[in-house]
Design a protein around this ligand. Structure first.
Ligand code: NAP
Length: 327
């Protein structure tokens, strides 16, 4: 998040907050910084504050939250009540009816749900969520196929270890191995995709009827979630038409929205995590391997899980909030 926000033309980092065990320390001391570049100048010496509205200056316009979901559940509403706008990557409240769950290029119009949220909760602030990293990878490709009547989807994920956090899986678990279970992940793909592809009618999001079955696997890649997708549609859909629809799916005129949004490969063995995860600064989705199967269209897609799937997703939602006049 810091690596994306520090050079950002529209945002300045005003404060950093964390748990009580970090509060009061300079960021360089509090952080377990393991990124591939040093902590940006000016950030290392910032003093970490408590994650409490009273500890954050009133003139801060936007908070990016990536808290453990149990903490986010308690803390994020307190910030919204205190008047802050929160763009959150944590999984709490993603499916709450009055909380927009947004991928700007797919359902940016759902942001208007904030009017309902503010009315119902009496907040001056606002809470916006981005979806799970594996959901973000395949939903834009489905959005590109919507004109063909997407009815049923089977998706199997091959997820990188960074998605589990630094201490998520041990080397003894993952080297020479694959883990065919990621707790709670399959349900997130199945439910969040219906909300993202739903229709906002001015009062609520009418979820999409698409049926999604997911199977989630952890594999020994560092970054980049690869997914194998099978799609059944009501209209005829050839591999060529699918590739064309994805390649032509529009991006947005926002700083972090890549052009093209979906990078389509002709080569049958692409996309691959190591080769293709950094396309579009890590914000592009890539797709390839289009073919016909017994279960309809088959293809593979990929996204960088910690950029497009997490920090970059929150930053992009921040850009949409700014453009839409919520800040
Ligand atoms: N979009 C996605 O799919 C995606 C991908 C990955 C992760 N996530 C979500 O992102 C969140 C963070 O994951 P992570 O791996 O970045 O976790 P992490 O490295 O453990 O970071 C969590 C942060 O929350 C702070 N924190 C913990 N307890 C707190 C408390 N009681 N009060 C205030 N701050 C507290 C920590 O502060 P200290 O440093 O002081 O402990 C730390 O800064 C999780 O909800 C996870 O599910 C989402």
């Amino acid at each position: 998040m810091i690596q994306l926000l520090d050079p950002h033309p529209e945002f300045d980092i005003a404060a950093l907050t964390a748990s009580s065990s970090s509060a009061g320390k300079p960021y360089r001391e509090a952080a377990k910084w393991r990124a591939n570049a040093p902590i940006p100048n000016g950030i290392a010496e910032l003093t970490v504050a408590e994650t409490d509205p009273a500890a954050v200056a009133d003139d801060v316009d936007l908070l990016f939250s990536s808290l453990p979901s149990s903490v986010g559940e308690a803390v994020e509403p307190a910030f919204c009540e205190a008047g802050y706008v929160v763009s959150s990557n944590s999984s709490n409240a993603r499916m709450a009816p009055d909380v927009p769950l947004v991928i700007p290029e797919v359902n940016g119009d759902h942001l208007a749900l904030l009017e309902v949220q503010r009315d119902e909760r009496g907040w001056d602030g606002a809470l916006v969520k981005n979806p799970n990293c594996s959901t973000i990878t395949f939903v834009p490709t489905l959005a590109a196929l919507e004109e063909f009547g997407v009815e049923r989807v089977h998706v199997a994920t091959l997820q990188a270890v960074s998605g589990a956090g630094y201490d998520g899986v041990t080397s003894m678990e993952i080297i020479d191995n694959a883990l065919p279970h990621i707790g709670g992940e399959e349900e997130k793909l199945e439910t969040e995709s219906k909300k993202l592809l739903g229709t906002f009618d001015g009062a609520e999001v009418d979820e999409n009827d698409v049926e999604v079955a997911a199977s989630c696997n952890r594999i020994p890649t560092l970054d980049g979630h690869l997914e194998n997708v099978f799609v059944e549609t009501t209209e005829d859909l050839s591999p060529e038409k699918a590739a064309e629809a994805m390649a032509g799916y529009p991006s947005l005129d926002l700083h972090s929205s890549p052009d093209p949004l979906i990078h389509v490969f002709d080569e049958p063995d692409r996309p691959q995590p190591r080769l293709d995860r950094n396309l579009g600064g890590g914000m592009a989705i890539s797709a390839g391997g289009f073919s016909e199967s017994t279960f309809g269209l088959q293809y593979n897609c990929l996204a960088h899980n910690t950029i497009r799937g997490a920090a970059g997703a929150s930053v992009l939602n921040g850009e949409l909030l700014l453009e839409s006049g919520y800040l």
